[in-house]
Design a protein around this ligand. Structure first.
Ligand SMILES: [Zn+2]
Length: 156
């Protein structure tokens, strides 16, 4: 690869790397409900922020297909690198959650250059997901801060 082509891939003036993914024409995708291979109804262009590469922000771009299942109708396929309705890859979100354990959410947002609201949204989603998988039936003891209870705090 010559230097001119290399510079187009790694455009240091933009300080970002864009990765474009596509599927082969005529491909079939699994219906997200019954998993049956289906033809594509249509596609929607989407982009996701991914983990930094070479210290640059990276983005994945792809056409996301909607399948046309005879039984379930038109459905958006599951994307292996991201959940629905987010502009971030799962690995990027995992990085955000890990950072939020160490430093304040506003600092995380500033550090990775996303809106603070987006960082809170990612955190809220994953905290709720984790809560759904907690088995409280095994819990037999819970501690409550006695001083806070005396101050009138309630933990219902
Ligand atoms: Zn189906």
């Amino acid at each position: 690869m010559d230097d001119k082509k290399l510079m187009k891939i790694l455009d240091t003036s933009e300080e970002r790397i864009d990765i474009y993914l596509d599927f082969i024409k005529g491909s079939e995708f699994a219906c997200p409900i019954c998993n049956k291979p289906c033809k594509i109804h249509d596609t929607k262009d989407r982009s996701w922020r991914h983990l930094p590469l070479f210290h640059y922000e990276s983005y994945i771009h792809a056409r996301v297909p909607r399948t046309k299942c005879e039984e379930h109708g038109t459905k958006i396929v599951d994307i292996p690198w991201s959940r629905h309705d987010t502009g971030f890859t799962s690995l990027f979100e995992a990085d955000i959650v890990a950072l939020c354990k160490e430093i304040p959410v506003a600092s995380v947002a500033e550090r990775v250059k996303i809106h603070e609201e987006s960082a809170w949204s990612i955190l809220a989603y994953h905290v709720n997901e984790a809560r759904e998988h907690v088995d409280l039936l095994q819990l037999d003891t819970i501690g409550v801060d006695e001083i806070a209870v005396k101050k009138g705090q309630r933990y219902d």
